[in-house]
Design a protein around this ligand. Structure first.
Ligand SMILES: Cc1cc2nc3c(=O)[nH]c(=O)nc-3n(C[C@H](O)[C@H](O)[C@H](O)COP(=O)(O)OP(=O)(O)OC[C@H]3O[C@@H](n4cnc5c(N)ncnc54)[C@H](O)[C@@H]3O)c2cc1C
Length: 390
């Protein structure tokens, strides 16, 4: 039997961020994933990318993870342009108005997880285990995990970073609130005749937002096109050429006539949050605790902050010589992170509702709101600080 202090189930961006942060301590940590921790990269950018905000960029650099990222697979963006297709409203953010050389980075999810794994492999106190968990037995002082490779691992604290369908959340019996956004997100890589000039673009159409995220190649963008389910299905049914035409029209030919560079994949979007995140010996973080609309690219960012906050909390408890995993100690972490997630969920709901449809009053509010925000430096700075994670 392997005896650990903390066992993390889930080898995604969030679970691995927690492992990298706990790797700075003397705690014994294991991460269990039923899929391979790192994967070879193909030459073409993969479909799943994330905008990583500046707060997480700095945190990952402190953990020596950022240094493991291949230069040619990370794309910094200096500008952000957001507009409403149906009104005169638009807003432009520029990194020159901030203290930072960029507003954020676009990174393929697999590139980031590979970098996290590369760094974790230098850490003596973290063990990576590729296996499925057959059974979780929770006791008063410790939790036992039976793995499908016949190994048994015990720990003081079990952390579920095992994504939206978390088995840890189900095992703990944490209730969740669930809402279908009635949106599907179509993701793809596109080529544009005009260069993106390191600008992240987002257009709000009456049926949902379309984001064009600049990749390293100045003519390639990763797109996330969220649409009402029926409209998304109609778009998926189109030929590649017709789909590219529809997208060119949706973004007012901002970068010229778009062509598809990859297959398309669609994701059903649901809002979920667990009403409880911790109990004695157990905690959940990342998508296991919350999933939000990707329109502001914040799900993974929020999850990484859960991981960093939990690590900070565990270090304090450990340094105080206390056992890990007492709910009375985990409560402050739970309260703080739940509040952040709720704020983000509410903001996404508000954006989605405001920008949906073509009600003339909403159009006026959108147009005036965006135009005014663009003109008021203080409000604009506040917004950009939020987006950068500060
Ligand atoms: C279209 C789209 C675009 C997005 N864009 C952005 C963006 O730009 N920026 C952003 O911040 N967020 C974005 N997000 C959200 C982001 O992708 C997620 O929030 C993030 O991937 C969650 O990471 P996670 O590690 O919590 O979960 P996951 O990525 O789901 O990882 C969970 C891991 O746990 C493993 N696992 C699951 N069950 C078990 C088990 N029983 N045993 C062992 N292992 C298990 C899985 O194999 C997986 O490796 C987007 C989401 C979508 C759908």
């Amino acid at each position: 039997m392997q005896k650990m202090d903390v066992v993390i189930i889930g080898g995604g961006m969030v679970g691995l961020t927690l492992a990298a942060a706990l790797g700075q301590t003397t705690l014994r940590v294991a991460v269990i994933s039923h899929t391979a921790f790192s994967q070879p990269l193909s030459a073409a950018p993969s479909l799943r990318v994330s905008t990583i905000n500046e707060a997480n960029h700095h945190a990952l650099a402190k953990l020596q993870v950022w240094q493991q990222l291949p230069e040619d697979r990370i794309a910094a963006y200096q500008h952000m342009h957001v507009w409403d297709k149906d009104s005169f409203g638009h807003i432009h953010f520029d990194a020159r108005d901030t203290q930072s050389p960029q507003l954020g980075h676009i990174i393929e999810n697999q590139v980031l997880t590979n970098a996290l794994v590369a760094q974790i492999q230098h850490l003596r106190n973290v063990t990576l285990i590729e296996a499925s968990v057959d059974k979780i037995l929770s006791g008063d002082q410790e939790t036992m995990l039976m793995l499908n490779n016949d190994e048994v691992v015990s720990c003081q604290l079990l952390v579920g970073a095992d994504g939206a369908n978390s088995m840890v959340r189900r095992h703990a019996g944490f209730p969740e609130t669930f809402k279908d956004y009635d949106h599907r997100a179509i993701v793809a890589t596109i080529r544009t005749p005009q260069p993106h000039q390191t600008c992240a673009r987002q257009v709000f159409t009456p049926d949902g937002p379309l984001a064009l995220l600049p990749l390293k190649d100045p003519h390639l963008c990763s797109v996330v096109w969220s649409q009402q389910t029926d409209k998304a299905e109609a778009l998926i049914a189109l030929s590649d050429t017709d789909f590219a035409h529809a997208m060119t029209a949706a973004c007012n030919s901002e970068l010229g006539a778009i062509t598809l560079e990859s297959e398309r994949r669609a994701f059903t979007l649901t809002m979920r949050y667990a009403r409880q995140w911790a109990d004695n010996g157990i905690a959940i973080i990342g998508d296991a605790a919350h999933t939000i609309h990707p329109l502001a690219g914040q799900g993974a960012n929020l999850g990484m902050q859960d991981a960093l906050d939990l690590a900070e909390h565990l270090v304090k408890v450990h340094e105080a010589g206390q056992p890990l995993g007492r709910y009375k100690d985990l409560r402050a972490f739970e309260r703080a992170r739940k509040t952040e997630a709720m704020k983000m969920i509410a903001a996404m709901d508000g954006f989605k509702a405001l920008f949906a449809g073509d009600n003339p009053l909403k159009k006026l509010i959108r147009g005036t709101g965006l135009a005014l925000t663009n003109e008021v430096p203080l409000v604009k700075r506040k917004l950009i600080e939020q987006a950068m994670g500060f």
